[in-house]
Design a protein around this ligand. Sequence first.
Ligand code: MTE
Ligand code: MO
Length: 395
Amino acid sequence: MSTITALVGAEIVFGHLLPEGYTPLALQEKDPFNLFKKDKEMRVLNDRPWNMEAQAHLLDDDITPNEFMFIRNNGFIPKNIDVNTWNLTIKGESVKEEKTYSLAALKSKFKQYTYQLTLECGGNGRSEFNPPAKGNQWTIGAISCANWTGIRLRDILKDVGIKDDAIYIGYHSADTHLTGDKSKAPISRGVPISKALQDETILAFKMNGEDIPIAHGYPLRLVAGGWPASASGKWITSISIRNKVHDGAKMKGSSYRVPCKPVAPGTKVKDEDMCIIESMPIKSLITYPKTGALIKQGEKLTIRGHAWAGELEVSEVEYSIDYGSTWTSCNLKKASNRLAWQHFSATVTLPSKGYFEVWARATDSNGKSQPMLLPGWNPKGYLNNACHRIAIKVV
Ligand SMILES: Nc1nc2c(c(=O)[nH]1)N[C@H]1C(S)=C(S)[C@@H](COP(=O)(O)O)O[C@H]1N2
Ligand SMILES: [Mo]
């Protein structure tokens, strides 16, 4: 009760009758669209913690604006962020000298870079797996490609100095565990040093030219594009340089890991047989038109969308209007920088009146294409990169 009283700054009538921990409706930040400035067509998957996804047609922009960017939280978003006292500490077994930087120091000391970086949740597409996987039932909307501005993690690591035995980095953040236990991190993941040292692995201050929105990691966010977005820690307060694979929260068990060898659907897999997800697989999304579109016979249909391939390039995108029997190449643009998604388009002629599906299939620079159906089952339902399809009626 005392917390509610503190919140409203007055005694609540009958407040003593409210159950412990209950927050009156008016005090709940109930409207995520308003709270996070998201489009009304975004889908809310969970409110404790907040998880929201886009729909295919909302992702039509070349660069994803905040209003259409999915939110994936493992814990509660930090409150009362003070940028004047926010620090970043670089620590760990393999750091030569532990150092703490203020935000102002980071901004003035190191050169800033801007990249478009694709962030896809490892669980995007989870809703299709069978047997079902627990967790947020993402369909296709846990993907974004925004413009991120910040400093290279490599430059900071150079400034502190890392020992020869360094093999991994781990991030630590200011969000809180769902239990409220301050000693527990909701998530603390990382990447191998080789990924940490890439040009595009940055600690970002800005998203699409503005302060990062609070839900996306304000005031400091690690962005490691092309990898499961869980590697891109939000609200970063420190980074550990590790002499072993980082062992923070959600690095072990079935979290962001898949069976090292393929298993039959429903198999129980031992921890030691699970491997950490690294580069994300080839995938594409048709963002225009919206599924269910009606067109007139004889009218040409323009389709467009994006394709991405983890750390690789997309070499081709094709479409099919006959359930994958025949495929035709789309126009495909080069990425504006490494790890950005690529845009495709095509003009499609549908041969008659009736119901059609348009399918898209992308191929990466190693020659691997998207599967038409669900790829390998895994306990947590990660890495579903099956072809996206939309329905069109010709009338
Ligand atoms: N500190 C912190 N960082 C985090 C998370 C989190 O819960 N806490 N979620 C991760 C996961 S699983 C994903 S998919 C992305 C989602 O980023 P977004 O919410 O900005 O789209 O952030 C990652 N970084
Ligand atoms: Mo994620």
